[in-house]
Design a binder for this molecule. Structure first.
Ligand code: UD1
Length: 342
């Protein structure tokens, strides 16, 4: 298929691009590079020997997007482009709505102009908010507790209404749990700017000597070891879920939501232990109070994705940590030069 990939240079976009090209799909990447590096696309080229086009553009630039879509004539879009930091989303609320919601409106206008009727959307388990029960299934109420989550929930609603507004349209909403790890080659991975907020990139930077110690946000949760439990998913498994969703989007109409995780909960202490085993030494860590807004546990019921997409996660925690460490140790500063802030 011809697939237009927004945000294809980002962490999940670049890994998905490798899987898409590996399956013989053709791609046009549209990325503004505002929070990603063109080097990620060079690495995709190197890993796949694949050929794809790329265009530097902001998804809010409807005219550019429309021209690109009319020229490329995509049969489907995979929409990753967006702002994704929970902490920052409170401070830059209008920017988050502009990029994540208005940007999606702009993309749909370009798709309509090019008569493209299928979209796979990069959503998040954060749309569920506080768990009413676990594991989350897709019928759990949608009640995000932060601005980032609100923008994802609004974009989901928008895509659902778009899909229902005309015959033959399909919108598949993939609700990611906690994506981690890196490509098996060690050539691609997550490249956060500034101090990482998320556990795994922070832990990797502690192991690499860029940060002094991991701060464990709370060890008094009602979980087996007191630390927060999450459903971490290897980025390559997640990438493959998009390829499976693409096949599904050819066969169905309307909107469908899918949880994408492993279904297994892993605590912060367990992750730290796994990382220490892989690097072969203890890593400095400190216990701190709970981080505001965090929940004790998040875990996915992925049976719908297993059944309808014919997809399931294959990689385990050791694969996640080993691949992340291979990437981090070979590329201590990601795709760029050592930053000034140290
Ligand atoms: C966060 C976002 C979520 C987003 C996801 C991306 C919130 C409330 N949610 O999820 O919307 O989709 O990132 O992967 O921010 N932890 C530490 N020390 C650290 C960092 C994290 O102990 O330095 C703990 C947290 O308390 C949590 C676990 O590690 O228990 C995972 O945290 P994190 O990687 O930030 O992901 P989430 O908070 O689950």
């Amino acid at each position: 298929m011809r697939v237009l990939v927004t945000g294809g240079a980002g962490y999940i976009g670049s890994h998905t691009l490798v899987e898409l090209l590996g399956q013989g799909h053709e791609a046009l990447v549209v990325d503004s590079f505002s929070n990603s590096s063109p080097q990620a696309l060079d690495r995709v080229r190197e890993l796949t020997n694949g050929w794809f086009e790329s265009e530097e553009a902001d998804i809010r630039d409807t005219d550019r997007l429309t021209a690109a879509a009319r020229r490329f004539r995509p049969e489907a879009v995979i929409h990753f482009a967006g702002l994704k930091s929970v902490g920052e989303s409170a401070r830059r609320a209008v920017d988050y709505y502009d990029v994540n919601v208005a940007g999606t409106v702009s993309l749909l206008r370009a798709m309509d102009a090019a008569d493209c009727r299928r979209i796979i959307f990069s959503s998040s388990a954060t749309v569920y908010g506080e768990p009413q029960y676990l594991p989350f299934d897709e019928s759990h109420r949608i009640a995000p507790t932060n601005v980032y989550g609100q923008t994802k929930a609004m974009a989901e609603q928008l895509l659902t209404d778009w899909a229902r507004a005309d015959e033959g349209r399909a919108a598949l909403l993939l609700r990611y749990f906690n994506p981690v790890g890196a490509h098996a080659s060690g050539r691609m991975g997550e490249d956060p700017r500034g101090v990482p907020e998320n556990l795994m990139p922070f832990l990797a930077q502690v192991a690499a000597g860029r940060r002094d110690a991991l701060r464990i946000w709370g060890d008094d949760y009602p979980t087996p070891d007191g630390t927060g439990v999450r459903d971490y998913i290897h980025v390559t498994d997640l990438a493959r879920a998009h390829v499976a969703a693409l096949a599904r989007a050819q066969a169905v109409t309307g909107a469908e939501a899918y949880n994408i995780g492993t279904g297994h909960g892993v605590s912060v202490r367990e992750m730290l232990g796994a990382f220490q085993r892989v690097v072969g030494r203890d890593l400095p860590h400190e216990i701190h109070p709970r981080r505001p807004g965090d929940v004790a546990e998040m875990r996915a019921d992925c049976s719908r994705a297993n059944r309808d997409l014919g997809w399931r996660a294959e990689y385990d925690v050791d694969d996640m940590v080993q691949s992340l460490w291979a990437w981090q140790s070979a590329n201590p500063y990601g795709y760029g030069a050592p930053p000034q802030e140290g």
